[in-house]
Design a protein around this ligand. Structure first.
Ligand code: AHM
Ligand code: MG
Length: 335
């Protein structure tokens, strides 16, 4: 046999990673297994999104007379329904819900909490642009029974796993549980995620910056100067950089992870903390980024060291290749 590439499913990979940790209970692999089922169901609906004229637009009735749900609502409910009864979680939180999501009384309560953004970038759906799901898992801190808000409001460095799915030209799931970052591509013909990107490492420096430049007018001086610096010509430091902005965080981050460079969503004079949410977006991506050798800061400190005070808290985000984030940080700290 010439080609000795192994075919490894997500499930087998998670089991093998867990076996390397003596004493692992198996709960964690079950959480990811349940989540990957939810993801496949969401993928099935996302891939039909362009058929709205035939099947009915969100909020209307479809040909069978059923009410068609908005995709982000559908994604949110699907994750909840896949995760509420497994006995592994004691609470959840979603970008779509104001407060903590409890595990129903009739189901056992587990040792972990799950936070998720069910369909990030959902404003892009109608243009057939990539969107994604982001998730983050922590061990509970309360002893037993129903989970509390304190179980959910933990700083990012306490995450035990994080991942995202990008529904793009192919569907990919990327996750870390603290042993590197691994990427799986969905083979739709067999309905399995197969290992396609083992131990992803982010380049130390890239040549791409990613930011919504429409907000330029409201940025602080440091951000303005940094972007101008990236646009100047200097062959020795690969400048000018190219600009790329999809407007779907998961897709912009995924490109940054693979090609290097920097993604930024700074605070500005209208929104001091920017737009992105610490618990559902910034923490999980920061954990993945660091595991791949990159850096993620809020301008003042490491994203993973920010102590959360509320579930929907926003922070500025500067994330990507280590050297690019270092450069950016220097500009932000200039007097
Ligand atoms: P959402 O969670 O409501 O979809 O908002 C988050 C999205 C990110 O995917 C994306 O990076 C950002 O909003 C784009 O915001 P803007 O249009 O301000 O550039
Ligand atoms: Mg989002």
């Amino acid at each position: 046999m010439e080609n000795n590439t192994k075919i490894v499913t997500l499930e087998r990979h998670i089991n093998e990673m867990e076996r390397q940790h003596p004493g692992a209970s198996g709960h964690f692999s079950n959480i990811l297994r349940d989540l990957s089922l939810a993801i496949k169901i969401i993928w099935r609906e996302v891939s039909k999104a362009g058929l709205v004229n035939i099947l009915g637009a969100a909020g209307t009735q479809n040909v069978s007379g059923d009410l068609v749900k908005k995709l982000d609502v559908f994604a949110d409910e699907t994750i909840y329904k896949a995760m509420d009864h497994g006995g592994h979680l004691c609470a959840m939180a979603s970008e779509e819900h104001e407060s903590i999501i409890e595990i129903p009384d009739q189901y056992p309560k587990g040792k972990y909490v799950l936070l998720y953004d069910p369909l990030d970038g959902s404003g892009n759906i109608d243009a057939n642009v990539s969107i994604g799901t982001i998730f983050s898992i922590y061990r509970r801190i309360s002893q037993n029974g129903k989970g509390t808000i304190d179980d959910l409001l933990q700083p990012g460095y306490k995450q035990i796993a994080a991942g995202y799915v990008v529904f793009g030209s192919s569907t990919m799931l990327v996750y870390t549980s603290g042993d590197g970052v691994h990427g799986f591509t969905l083979d739709p013909s067999i309905g399995e995620f197969l290992l396609s990107h083992e131990n992803i490492k982010m380049p130390k420096r890239g040549k791409i910056y990613s930011v919504n430049e429409g907000n330029y007018k409201w940025w602080g001086t440091g951000v303005k100067k940094y972007i101008k610096y990236l646009q100047e010509e200097d062959k020795a430091s690969s400048r000018p950089y190219s600009g790329r902005y999809i407007g779907s965080l998961v897709a912009d981050f995924h490109r940054t992870l693979l090609y290097g460079g920097i993604y930024l969503y700074p605070g500005d004079s209208r929104n001091q903390n920017g737009k992105l949410r610490l618990m559902y977006e910034n923490n999980p991506l920061a954990y993945i980024c660091e595991q791949a050798g990159g850096r993620a800061i809020n301008g003042e400190k490491r994203i993973l060291d920010v102590f959360p005070t509320e579930l929907h808290q926003r922070t500025p985000l500067f994330i990507g290749s280590e050297e690019d984030v270092n450069d950016c940080e220097r500009f932000l700290k200039e007097p």
